[in-house]
Write a protein that binds this ligand. Structure first.
Ligand SMILES: Nc1nc2c(ncn2[C@@H]2O[C@H](COP(=O)(O)OP(=O)(O)OP(=O)(O)O)[C@@H](O)[C@H]2O)c(=O)[nH]1
Ligand SMILES: [Mg+2]
Length: 324
């Protein structure tokens, strides 16, 4: 494994801003640093708003520091144009961590990153890994497609659920169970925690039974657990530190599996290449798109004289001539 690259906090902060803004020099530097980014454990923490992700990340960070590991925390909000510091509530919660030289905290928002934050988050994670941080926690705010994409660039995905958020299990509703490597039912001090655990277990079993057909398709090839039975399901009370050591152990175990398994790493890399390829194709398609033809088709479709599917296929053929 390569040695960490010496980067001051100030250099790191500037580099991250550059990556967020799509600045060419910063992206070039991030690419160069990728070669030194192999040793970290990049952990996505995702789940519905208010499930306790930030509290969990703070608790995990304290536990990691007790174990003498350094930590970088990236809180990522695809819906917000603001970044730089953490949002206020988190800032208060993170205050006791931020005086620690072994902890780096930063938030990222949807500023200049065209086509989503996921590849920017991947670049920033690689930079933090190259700088020598052992754990990189990516907390995503919200539970839409953008958050799923961000989680996908992590090596280990922790999906956080909490009881008392209505009858539905949010993670199932949002379709994020299928990217999970580890499931957490946080707020286990609340009524309904056992019911939430039972609902998740049922969903996992259902996912196993119906895999590849419809509904949940667990487990995925990308975050490979070869059996849903093996997916850790951990109850935590983040506010009291309960279950946190067990959760960090599960993260460590998954991350070790990744480091030892070249096939898993290849699949993870393939997912990131596909994500980037998708973004490049969208950008290239938009660049080549015949705007006049789009306008003609849109007018015809609005008048119900043409079908949007025919329009889309015709425009695609003008971009990629041998498309069916
Ligand atoms: N009772 C209880 N409350 C908790 C627990 N963990 C977090 N909370 C509380 O739940 C609220 C939301 O916690 P956050 O950590 O901000 O949740 P989040 O998922 O980061 O929220 P967003 O970033 O807004 O999506 C806060 O008031 C926490 O103090 C827990 O284990 N038990
Ligand atoms: Mg949060």
């Amino acid at each position: 494994m390569s040695e960490p690259v010496a980067l001051s906090r100030r250099e790191l902060a500037r580099l991250i801003t550059g990556i967020e803004n799509g600045d060419a020099a910063a992206l070039q530097r991030a690419k160069a640093l990728h070669a030194s980014a192999g040793g970290a454990s990049i952990v996505g923490i995702t789940g519905a708003p208010g499930t306790g992700k930030s509290t969990l990340v703070a608790a995990l960070t304290k536990e990691a520091r007790i174990r003498n590991r350094t930590v970088a925390i990236l809180s990522i909000d695809p819906s917000s144009p603001f970044s730089g510091g953490a949002i206020l509530g988190d800032r208060i919660r993170m205050r006791e961590l931020s005086g620690d030289a072994g902890v780096f905290i930063r938030s990222m928002a949807n500023r200049g990153a065209k086509g989503g934050l996921a590849h920017a988050a991947a670049d920033v994670s690689a930079v933090l890994a190259a700088a020598g941080y052992h754990y990189i926690f990516l907390e995503t705010v919200g539970a839409g497609q953008a958050e799923v994409d961000v989680a996908r660039v992590a090596d280990t995905v922790v999906v956080v659920e909490a009881p008392g958020m209505g009858d539905d299990v949010q993670a199932i509703k949002a379709g994020i169970l299928e990217i999970a490597d580890i499931l957490v039912v946080n707020k286990a001090d609340r009524d309904g925690a056992d019911a939430t655990v039972a609902a998740l277990k049922a969903a996992l079993e259902l996912g196993e039974a119906t895999s590849g057909h419809h509904g949940l398709s667990l487990p995925t090839a990308i975050h490979a657990n070869d059996s849903s039975r093996r997916m850790p399901l951990i109850k935590t009370v983040a506010t009291k530190g309960q279950g946190i050591a067990e959760l960090l152990n599960a993260i460590e175990q998954h991350s070790t599996q990744m480091l030892q398994n070249a096939e898993l790493r290849r699949q993870r890399a393939e997912a990131e290449i596909m994500l980037r390829l998708g973004q490049l194709l969208m950008a290239e398609g938009e660049r080549r798109l015949d705007r006049d033809a789009l306008l003609r088709w849109a007018t015809a479709c609005a008048a119900h004289e043409a079908h949007p599917d025919d329009a889309a296929r015709d425009l695609l053929r003008s971009i990629l001539p041998d498309t069916l």
